[in-house]
Design a protein around this ligand. Structure first.
Ligand SMILES: Cc1ncc(COP(=O)(O)O)c(C=O)c1O
Length: 370
């Protein structure tokens, strides 16, 4: 007679699931100033908060209706209704795109270091993930990336600005990549678009294999509601829509989204806070002799060297969370800090000064801005 444990072992997941990498962001214990996850550090628009007050008990009992909100959001971004799909964050969007377009044996292409969820979703579908590593400048390795495209390449994902580097890829280079791989989907992840300003959203519809992903988690401050979008050629989006659950976006997110996109003044205010905060973080780190990389996103990556863990621990003692990116390829000793509203940036910089002093950091250890 076999035990329950032995019987359970008879059930095995797909080989791809056993082989896929695990992503373990902290899922508890973030009760501090959150400069670790590139979220909005403050609040969504007041219009969103007002709409939340109007939600009713009955409203929560209804399956969410995505369609009318997709119409509003599509119109806001100058897209046709069938060129847009709302998703449960860009995380789900990556998953849906991988499931829709990748077969076992296909190749997919990303640069590294980049957002880890690409690895996870692609590994589920194919073992054919090719990674093109950035050099020490952490800029996008355009020539080598282009050279890595083959006839088997079916999905290419590029984040611009990239996470965790903050590096951007020009529209010209993105269009060259799309043209070099007409058999592949090029997904441009514009999660951090607002802090940069350059986009390929206007090319949706004219570039047949382009899909642009945007999130409402960052500048709009809705990370907890889990909502993002995919924009692309209507035919491609129709395939992804087939794969998506009809109720992938919750009704609370759908209720507030029209208010969030309409309040452009608030969005602009928050983006300005981040941009000036980012410059102040750069200036402080330069003065402290800490090497950084140019960033067009709402964060700055810094090189702390062997004492990266000590720095994060000292910051935590002072009530500020940073993200240690040392496990990312080519990022040993690198730590990321989010830029938020003025007061949060000030607290982050003050804690950085104290923490670097506490670990005995001297400017001589640093190598300045890359
Ligand atoms: C490049 C990039 N894409 C997507 C996401 C996830 O976005 P969402 O919250 O919409 O799932 C992140 C989150 O950090 C990110 O850095």
């Amino acid at each position: 007679m076999s035990t329950i444990l032995e019987q359970t072992m008879l059930v095995q997941p797909r080989k791809a699931v056993l082989a896929m990498p695990e992503y373990h962001p902290p899922l508890a214990g973030r009760d501090a100033l959150r400069l670790d996850f590139n979220e909005n550090t403050f609040s969504p628009s007041p219009a969103v908060l007002r709409r939340l007050q109007q939600l009713t008990a009955e409203g929560l009992t209804i399956y969410p209706e995505r369609e009318p909100v997709e119409r509003i959001v599509a119109q806001h971004f100058g897209l046709e209704r069938d060129q847009l799909l709302l998703t449960n964050g860009v995380d789900e969007a990556i998953h849906l795109v991988s499931c829709t377009f990748l077969e076992e044996g296909d190749e997919a292409l990303i640069c590294t270091p980049t957002f880890f969820m690409y690895d996870v979703s692609i590994a589920l579908m194919t073992a054919g993930l090719k990674r093109v590593q950035s050099d020490d400048s952490l800029s996008f390795p355009f020539e080598r990336f282009l050279a890595a495209i083959t006839p088997k390449t079916k999905l290419i994902i590029v984040a611009s600005p990239n996470n965790p580097t903050g590096a951007t890829v020009s529209r010209e280079h993105l269009l060259a990549i799309a043209a070099a791989a007409p058999q592949a989907v090029l997904m441009v992840d514009e999660a951090y678009f607002h802090f940069h300003g350059e986009t390929t959203l206007g090319d949706v519809g004219t570039i047949p294999n382009l899909i642009v992903a945007r999130t409402f988690s960052k500048a709009y401050g809705l990370a907890n509601l889990r909502v993002g979008m995919l924009a692309g050629d209507a035919r491609l989006i129709s395939y992804i829509r087939k794969v998506s659950s009809p109720y992938n976006v919750n009704g609370v997110a759908l209720a507030v989204l029209p208010d969030a996109v309409a309040d452009e003044a608030y969005l602009q205010w928050y983006v300005e806070q981040v941009r000036s905060g980012r410059e102040r973080i750069f200036a402080a780190l330069e003065e402290l002799g800490v090497r950084t990389w140019p960033s067009a996103a709402n964060f700055v990556l810094m090189d702390i060297g062997p004492r990266h863990k000590e720095l994060c621990a000292e910051m935590h003692k002072r009530g500020v969370l940073l993200r240690d990116r040392s496990a990312d390829p080519g990022c040993e000793g690198y730590v990321r800090i989010t830029a938020g509203v003025e007061d949060h940036v000030n607290r982050g910089i003050a804690a950085l000064r104290e923490s670097l002093a506490a670990i005995g950091w001297t400017p001589a250890e640093g190598r300045g801005r890359a």
